[in-house]
Write a protein that binds this ligand. Structure first.
Ligand code: ATP
Length: 263
């Protein structure tokens, strides 16, 4: 699929000089001397991880953007930031439209509540009215194939059931902007093919579609534009074919380098 021209379309999402740093505190393992002087208590230490560094790009109306990169490259962080779940440490993000994020599947569900209650919460969170969500609840349940379990607390669900409901909620809320993080791995084989068909349908209706995936064939099939992130920075932007090809070369060179080093 070819990339749509930016000139004839308005921006749906604009990311400008975005940097995101996670700060986590952890208990430093006490040294023997510290353990004695501090009576066994460890020291609190702060670790900073710069997950995104000065990332900028523009997403025109009609874009299906694939985001690829190694583990820890910053893909999920970027999606969470665009979905408004993570505030930028620096820079800005403009989003024009209603986002239905389907990040790591089922993020945002409350496991103590029933599936039905979580459908309502998820729908309200994606900006629909209670009435509009209630009208979709049956469809969501049916798509996820959870009719028998929908009134049970989600903590009793298997991980596949959990993901299926996450996917179903996100795709039934008529999003302008659909964000999917590895959704293709949701559920079993039959659910996967149903999910792929649903994504293809939504992709053509949504104003923008974002897909984070390690499956380069899914990126090539479902997207018309792609970004490769590496260590928090944009390595390349281009058509999915160009970007996945360069990325594959990079990964193969990396692997042979490791093999040579091992020798
Ligand atoms: N909640 C968090 N707290 C601290 N560090 C985090 C947190 N989430 C992610 N990170 C770190 O930020 C960096 C980017 O992580 P991110 O999950 O965005 O990568 P990713 O490209 O989605 O990786 P993967 O392919 O493994 O899903 C990594 O170094 C990760 O360890």
């Amino acid at each position: 699929m070819s990339s749509l021209s930016a000139s004839s379309h308005n921006s749906v999402v604009k990311v400008e000089n975005l940097s995101i740093t996670y700060r986590t505190t952890f208990e430093r393992v006490p040294t023997f001397k510290n353990a004695i002087t501090r009576l066994g208590h460890g020291q609190r230490a702060v670790r900073e991880i710069q997950a995104l560094k000065n990332v900028s790009f523009d997403v025109p109306d009609g874009t299906a953007l694939g985001i690829i990169g190694n583990n820890g490259a910053g893909k999920s962080t970027l999606m969470r930031a665009m979905a408004g779940i993570l505030p930028p440490t620096e820079g800005r993000i403009e989003v024009h439209g209603r986002v239905s994020p389907l990040l790591s599947l089922g993020v945002g569900f409350n496991a103590q509540l029933s599936g039905r209650e979580n459908i309502i919460l998820g729908g309200l969170a994606s900006g629909l009215s209670r009435k509009a969500v209630a009208a979709r609840a049956e469809q969501v349940t049916e798509f996820a194939d959870l009719q028998e379990f929908i009134d049970a607390p989600m903590r009793t669900y298997s991980s596949g059931m959990y993901s299926r409901l996450g996917f179903s909620v996100a795709v039934h809320m008529d999003p302008d902007i659909l964000m999917i993080d590895e959704a293709l791995s949701a559920g079993d084989a039959s659910f996967k093919s149903k999910a792929a068909a649903k994504m293809a349908e939504l992709r053509s209706n949504a104003r923008a579609f974002f897909l984070v995936s390690h499956s380069l064939s899914s990126i090539n099939e479902l997207c018309n534009d792609a970004i490769w992130l590496h260590k928090g920075q944009v390595m390349m932007r281009g058509t999915p074919e160009e970007v996945t090809e360069k990325y594959t070369e990079f990964v193969n060179v990396g692997q042979s380098a490791v093999v040579l080093e091992d020798l």
